[in-house]
Design a protein around this ligand. Structure first.
Ligand code: GLC
Length: 488
């Protein structure tokens, strides 16, 4: 089991698998929770929130926690054995209802319908800008979550990110609550006119003359969970708190860190339909076929140079622009690099130009292509993740499961999941750049290429990173310990 960080000062950066639940008795009483999220894979996936929410919900259910999972009804999802219930909502938020039914991939879900929530994309208009009424849409959704909690009286309510946070204003204070923070960069801050509307405890959401869903929920939730232990320390500082470090510090020991897991059935190189051949840490022979298929797909010659890949959203957070100046230098490492991703138009255009100019060493594939992502992790030597901040990060864990050695920046969950292989020869898993800068990336890539150029060392490291248990079992046990503690 991994550890929840209560005392950050004594936290060694790369150890995260110590038990937390010492002293807590595991009762046999079945816990019933309401879990609210704006995304849930595979129904609605924009970012890591979707995978994290569905991974946790499924692991909790396997552990016999009863979970009502509430998600906006954006449209287009068909459920089996569907029934509809109506919600009692204030005028500004309703009319509202919930479609409850079974989804083949995830089981029972609650799809919440409130005015304006049904859209072609959860957050964005077709031209890439946000919907103009995103604030109202999600405040209504959060109010509907509170109404459902009021009607069903679960043992605990678990909220995720700003889209659900204002539910805390209207939820009965006697119901224990957990708020997970997947990305503090998005807070949903808006005007003060919402304060009297969102609920009886709306005044807690006052923030610099306006209303901030996260500042209020941080003040009110019984536990605030950062999605990696290392990120806890970051969000308590002005540099990493996105303006909310003060309210977070005020909560003291209520702020804890639980590292996310990944879906180890979806990300499983020994049974993956996206790969030409299966492989595992004990039998790596099938991996070469993925390498050959990937090089061909990218239009690279098979000349023995190491191959690094990057699978990412193209946003400022992910630091992909830091790789642009590295592309012309790749011949000197020597190294080849391929980026798969979609997102900001400017960045995609610039990467496409680099791909045309340096096609012998750099390839850019624009888009969100899950099966190519699998092949890239399986066929690459290195996986590069130069994030400026990273609450947890899932791709580095997925890449390691397929034997791609991570080269990452020293931020957030990347620090927890990737101890540096040179600083920690026996337990290291990859290479850490001390900061998100071009210079730090260049020297770290040099280190990685030097070390992984030695095939024997590369293989030792590869077997090691592939053998780590990244499943949701341990994180879900930590969340259960938190629930149990709050309910007791
Ligand atoms: C957000 C964060 C990412 C995290 C994910 C799931 O997408 O940016 O670091 O892994 O949420 O918690």
């Amino acid at each position: 089991m991994r550890r929840i960080v209560l005392d950050r000062t004594s936290e060694p950066p790369d150890v995260h698998r110590v038990s937390v639940s010492r002293g807590l008795v595991d009762h046999n009483v079945r816990v019933r929770i309401t879990f609210a999220t704006a995304e849930l894979a595979p129904l609605v996936s924009v970012g890591g929130l979707a995978a994290a929410a569905s991974g946790l919900v499924q692991a909790l259910r396997r552990a016999d926690v009863e979970v009502d999972v509430l998600l906006p009804d954006y449209g287009g999802v068909t459920l089996d054995s569907e029934e509809r219930i109506h919600l009692d909502l204030p005028d500004w938020a309703g009319p509202g209802s919930i479609r409850i039914g079974d989804h083949p991939a995830i089981g029972r879900v609650h799809l919440v319908d409130v005015p304006g929530i049904t859209r072609s994309h959860p957050y964005l208009q077709p031209d890439g800008r946000g919907w103009l009424d995103n604030t109202e849409r999600f405040l209504r959704f959060a109010r509907a979550v509170a109404a459902h909690v009021d009607a069903t009286r679960p043992d605990l309510v678990h909220l995720n990110d700003w889209h659900t946070a204002t539910a805390m204003a209207a939820i009965d204070a006697s119901i224990p609550s957990v708020l997970s923070l997947h990305n503090l960069a998005h807070q949903g801050a808006t005007g003060a006119e919402w304060i009297p509307l969102i609920g009886e405890r709306g005044h807690h959401f006052e923030w610099w003359g306006g209303m901030n869903p996260l500042s209020g929920a941080i003040a009110l939730a019984d536990r605030i969970v950062a999605v990696s232990p290392n990120h806890v320390g970051e969000i308590l500082t002005p540099a990493g708190g996105f303006g909310l470090d003060g309210p977070l510090r005020d909560r003291g020991q209520a702020v804890v860190g639980v590292l996310n897991g990944i879906d180890t059935e979806v990300w499983n190189p020994s049974a993956d339909p996206a790969l030409p051949a299966a492989f595992s840490p004990t039998d790596l022979s099938g991996r070469q076929a993925s390498r050959v298929a990937l090089l061909e797909r990218l239009g690279f010659a098979d000349d023995g140079r190491l191959l690094a890949v990057c699978v990412t959203r193209l946003t400022d957070q992910k630091g992909i622009d830091l790789l642009e100046p590295v592309v012309p230098l790749l011949d000197e490492f020597p190294l080849r690099l391929a980026v798969l991703g979609s997102g900001e138009r400017d960045l995609a255009d610039r990467l496409a130009v680099l791909g045309d100019r340096f096609g012998d060493r750099f390839a850019f594939v624009e888009g969100y292509d899950e099966s190519l992502a699998h092949l890239m992790f399986a066929g690459a030597d290195l996986f590069v993740m130069p994030s400026r901040f990273e609450p947890c990060g899932l791709a580095q864990m997925q890449a390691m499961r397929y034997g791609a050695i991570p080269v990452v920046t020293a931020v957030g969950g990347l620090v927890d999941t990737v101890p540096d292989a040179e600083r920690h020869p026996r337990v290291g898993r990859g290479f850490i750049a001390p900061e998100p800068s071009v210079a730090a990336l260049v020297s770290t890539l040099h280190r990685a290429v030097r070390r992984c150029g030695d095939r024997r060392r590369l293989e030792t490291l590869r077997r090691r990173v592939m053998s780590v248990d990244w499943s949701w079992d341990a994180p879900a046990a930590e969340y259960r310990a938190i629930y149990r503690h709050l309910i007791d």
